[in-house]
Design a protein around this ligand. Structure first.
Ligand code: NAD
Length: 262
């Protein structure tokens, strides 16, 4: 029996990349899953059904837009109605935009703060009361090495992820006596569509070739010189749900190939 059997999990931003890997790893541990992201139910139907048949759990999809607080709240309420509870909440949805601050588009700055930070406020606000009532809960925020250190041209992302550290600590304190832990995972560079998409902008901002961006910018910061895999991040999320992690709360766990040790 998996460590999450009879538990229900919501993973935001789980149509691809890290979120999808976390959702699949939770399903492998027996959790029913609410997937979320910017896809249509039709586009997600094959993945949804694959999770149900592969792992013998229930899986649903919410297309709630993390830009909009009301949709975030409704996503959590609907997940509770569908499965009876939200025991594990992963705030993972995120976007990036790379630009010098002088020319950083206002709408991109605001969208990054809304999706990467404010959505977690709304989802936690909606899910925490039920977790406290039942005396068990796991809130996991997908943060970033950029929660601990900065890089040029990523002002909105770095601000949102540093904000995530503060939100994680604060809610951990508020939930500490209720059997609810709140932690963040801070990956370095993970090879996902999000990283792939920022290569052209970084090439432009730094006047570099694709290979130079990969080796001199992305992996320059990562002493192992390897991208983190989505499965490695998902493994840490599963660990945070285990009994061994019961006393871990309010932390930001680095999974960054040594980046922030420097
Ligand atoms: P990804 O692009 O593969 O996935 C992003 C997910 O967020 C997708 O499911 C997408 O649909 C969803 N999303 C985006 N905007 C949304 C919105 N408005 N409403 C609902 N869902 C929305 O990227 P990823 O690399 O897997 O990123 C996942 C998280 O990991 C992000 O928070 C990101 O900041 C963080 N992270 C990624 C890396 C990396 O190197 N890839 C490193 C550190 C942290």
């Amino acid at each position: 029996m998996g460590i999450l059997s009879s538990k229900n999990a919501v993973v935001t931003g789980s149509t691809s990349g890290i979120g999808l890997a976390i959702a699949r790893a939770f399903a492998a541990e027996g959790a029913n899953i609410t997937l979320n992201g910017l896809s249509t139910p039709e586009e997600m139907e094959a993945e949804r059904r694959a999770i149900e048949t592969e792992f013998g759990v229930k899986c649903r999809f919410s297309d709630a837009n993390m830009m909009n607080g009301e949709e975030v709240t409704a996503m959590v309420v609907e997940a509770e109605q569908a499965f009876g509870s939200v025991d594990v909440l992963v705030n993972n949805a995120g976007i990036q935009h790379v630009s010098p601050i002088e020319s950083f588009p206002d709408d991109k700055w605001e969208a990054i703060i809304r999706i990467n930070l404010m959505a977690a406020f709304y989802s936690i606000k909606a899910a925490l009361p039920g977790m406290k009532e039942r005396g068990w809960g796991r809130i996991i925020n997908t943060s970033s090495a950029h929660a601990l250190v900065a890089s040029p041209f990523k002002s909105a992302y770095v601000a949102a992820k540093h904000g995530m550290t503060g939100l994680t600590k604060t809610v951990a304190l508020e939930a500490a006596t209720f059997g609810v832990t709140v932690n963040a995972i801070a990956p370095g560079y993970v090879w996902t569509p999000l990283v792939e998409r920022q290569i052209p902008d970084t090439m432009k901002a730094r006047n570099m070739t694709e290979e130079q961006v990969k080796h001199d910018v992305l992996l320059a910061a990562q002493p192992t010189k390897e991208f983190v895999t989505v499965e490695e991040v998902a493994g840490v999320a599963v660990f945070l749900c285990s009994d061994a992690a019961k006393q871990m709360t309010g932390t930001t766990l680095s999974v960054d190939g040594g980046w922030t040790a420097q």
